[in-house]
Design a protein around this ligand. Structure first.
Ligand code: ATP
Ligand code: MG
Length: 288
């Protein structure tokens, strides 16, 4: 990794000012991502610039299809942008070969999905040990148990996913993502499949990882309450950055989000110039 970093920074050569400040765990510079070609082309990210400081918890929000998952995948090196730069822990991902990128993903990135993605046939302990095995290390039972204990699952290591609740399965997935001590933990709607209470427990755990261990977390969510656990919310609309909120509270996040929904834009666009929007009650319901 040191070599890569040195190479990314150009060693002793005189370089222009670095475009990724050292305090950034993740830095995106004018990132574009286009899926498909010609008539079928979809622009998922349309020039996103974003900095995520080390040891902070950032939520990414926006309407469905606004590019949140694409942003996470490009930032985590799971996918390559069509244009623009991604720096992860100071490393310019464009400079990495496929093998180097795979290594970086295995060792420096943790990823948690809405659907847990655990291996059903393996115990919680073996699921957590998997990334270490993939990285060519022989996992010690002690380190695996420590990570499980850290997510509140001491004593459940021998259970298979089907023997655990949804919230417990997501904790195993978080333990699995943390076992390599990643620079950044990415989570795409980690509470999307959980009931409210279990979801809050998982969010409290994520918050503690930031406050106690200084973990950097980037989480996509649709839920304003989930977003309020973060230090900052970055909004996306149509693949573009659409402002942010610091120290978010659920009501402010919900209000901002409502203003970004496409239906609302449509409604606003059709209002005749110079008139207050009509046909909307204070509660937001349309009159017919
Ligand atoms: N593999 C793909 N091939 C083609 N188009 C894609 C692909 N993945 C995503 N897209 C498109 O890119 C856009 C952004 O998708 P993305 O999954 O990033 O949105 P999202 O904000 O995560 O949405 P949601 O909230 O519904 O999960 C959408 O228009 C989507 O249809
Ligand atoms: Mg998504």
């Amino acid at each position: 990794m040191e070599k890569l970093e040195q190479r990314a920074r150009g060693g002793d050569e005189v370089l222009p000012a670095p475009s990724a400040p050292d305090s950034s765990a993740v830095a995106l510079r004018d990132v574009r991502k286009v899926y498909g070609r010609r008539a079928a082309a979809v622009t998922a990210l349309d020039g996103v610039t974003l900095d995520i400081d080390r040891g902070t918890f950032v939520a990414v929000m926006g309407p469905s299809g606004s590019g949140k998952s694409t942003l996470l995948q490009c930032a985590a090196g799971l996918d390559r942008p069509s244009a623009g730069e991604v720096f992860l822990d100071g490393v310019d991902l464009r400079r990495l070969s496929e093998n180097e990128l795979t290594m970086l993903r295995r060792e420096r990135i943790g990823f948690v999905f809405q659907s847990f993605n655990l291996v059903p046939a393996l115990s919680a302990e073996l699921n957590v040990a998997l990334p270490l095995r993939l990285a060519g290390r022989r996992p010690r039972r002690r380190e695996v148990r420590d990570v499980l204990a850290a997510v509140g699952l001491a004593g459940r290591g021998r259970h298979r996913p089907a023997e655990l609740s949804g919230g417990q399965q997501q904790r195993v997935a978080i333990a699995r993502a943390l076992v390599t001590r990643p620079a950044v933990l990415f989570a795409d709607e980690p509470t999307g499949a959980l009931d409210t209470r279990t979801g809050r427990d998982v969010l409290t755990l994520l918050r503690e990882l930031v406050d106690v261990d200084g973990q950097t977390i980037v989480m996509v969510t649709h839920d304003p309450v989930a977003a309020s656990y973060a230090d900052r919310v970055a909004f996306l609309v149509d693949g573009r950055a659409a402002g942010e909120l610091l120290d978010p509270d659920p009501a402010t996040v919900a209000a901002r989000l409502a203003g970004l929904e496409p239906d609302r834009h449509e409604a606003d666009r059709h209002e005749p110039d110079g008139h207050e929007p009509v046909g909307l009650e204070p509660g937001g319901e349309k009159l017919r």
